[in-house]
Design a protein around this ligand. Structure first.
Ligand code: NAD
Ligand code: ZN
Ligand code: ZN
Length: 345
């Protein structure tokens, strides 16, 4: 079968790989129908994720059809259409029993990281019963690809950790797919002010279409002053960090109001400063987290009922044969205006 393989920093190839087989009774083999590329795949290709070894098929998002199941799988059968969670979970260990699936002792973020992922014709899913979700008949499967990772990430690590509440003021720093997913799901809680921050005017225009009340271009270096002006000098109740660099974590500390929350979502590759000399007396909460995807069933209902329009995050479509072109388009988002690219296998 064809698969997009990480062959070391800066090297990826679409190449022939053996079709996966059932290795444990709890596995399922899924024939991928649609997958996508994540910012995290680009981090891997840069060499930022040392735990992803050369030779690994990339991809941790997608939908498909069950091809075969191990003897221990009871929820799914061949022919079932399924949504794949980016997090594999046994459902039984101490962390899974707390819904902290990202820390499952025999699961967590495995796909396209520690085991072969979804950017291929077939993928092996461990702990299939508790890592796959049934797709309702008639669903827009392309839109559901947004539920494997980005919508649960924006919602769990941004909106829920950030404790967004009705009438609150919110700033989301970073208007990439993750920041935009936080923007869409923040609106479940009717905050009064939703300020989006980025350096890319196209992404800020998209954010306005998706429901932002204000946008701030931070390239001039005065984003904190602009956010303070928009909030009457008070700052925001919730600041969501959705970039993953020291400057944007710093900005969140500059704009959080007393009693507010900084919810970090970005993956940080280097250390960032924490200004306790200013924040110690401000009753501020700082949260961190890797997505657990416990919210997928709830989010699936909100997409099905059109409470949120997940399909609007998709800007480009490619066949698996052209996945290198898809990476190129996704990697040059400022020029191509790409958000999420769909790859049809
Ligand atoms: N915690 C988790 O579980 C989890 C899961 C998935 C992704 N992530 C991380 O979330 C982050 C966002 O993901 P994404 O896919 O949206 O990435 P992305 O690269 O597409 O988006 C980041 C956005 O930040 C903007 N940006 C860059 N520098 C900036 C600056 N100085 N000020 C303001 N904006 C700036 C970019 O223009 C871009 O729009 C990444 O770090 C990703 O690895 C975390
Ligand atoms: Zn991802
Ligand atoms: Zn577990």
């Amino acid at each position: 079968m064809k698969a997009l393989v990480y062959n070391g920093p800066g090297q990826k190839n679409l190449q022939e790989r053996p079709k996966p087989v059932i290795e444990a009774g709890t596995d399922a083999i899924i024939q991928i129908t649609r997958t996508t590329i994540c910012g995290t795949d680009l981090h891997i290709l840069k060499g930022d994720v040392a735990t992803c070894l050369p030779g690994t098929t990339l991809g941790h998002e997608g939908v498909g059809v069950v091809e075969s199941v191990g003897a221990g799988v009871t929820t799914f059968k061949p022919g079932d259409r399924v949504l794949i969670s980016c997090i594999s979970a046994c459902g039984r260990c101490e962390y899974c029993r707390k819904s902290m699936y990202s820390h499952c002792t025999t699961g967590g973020w495995l796909l396209g990281h520690r085991i072969n992922g979804t950017q291929a014709e077939f993928v092996r899913i461990p702990h299939a019963d508790t890592s796959l979700h049934p797709i309702p008949p008639g669903a827009d499967e392309e839109a559901l690809v947004m539920l494997s990772d980005i919508l649960p990430t924006g919602f769990e690590c941004g909106v829920l950790n950030g404790k967004i509440s009705p009438g609150a003021s919110v700033a989301i720093v970073g208007s990439g797919p993750i920041g935009l997913a936080a923007l869409l799901t923040a609106q479940f809680y009717a905050p009064a002010t939703l300020i989006m921050v980025d350096i890319d005017d196209n992404r800020l225009a998209v954010a306005k279409r998706f429901g932002a009340t204000h946008s701030v271009n931070s390239s001039a270096g005065d984003a904190a002053r602009q956010v303070m002006a928009l909030t009457g000098g008070r700052g925001v109740d919730t600041a969501i960090e959705a970039v993953g660099i020291p400057a944007t974590f710093g900005l969140c500390q500059d704009i959080v109001a007393p009693g507010g929350t900084i919810a970090n979502v970005g993956v940080h590759g280097v250390k960032a400063d924490l200004h306790l000399e200013r924040l110690w007396s401000h009753n501020v909460t700082i949260t961190t987290g890797l997505v657990d995807t416990f919210s997928i069933p709830m989010l699936l209902k909100t997409v099905q009922s059109k409470r949120i329009d997940a399909a609007q995050l998709i800007t480009h479509r490619f066949k698996l044969d052209n996945i290198l072109q898809a990476y190129d388009t996704f990697g040059k988002a400022a020029d191509t205006k790409a958000l999420k690219v769909i790859i049809e296998a």
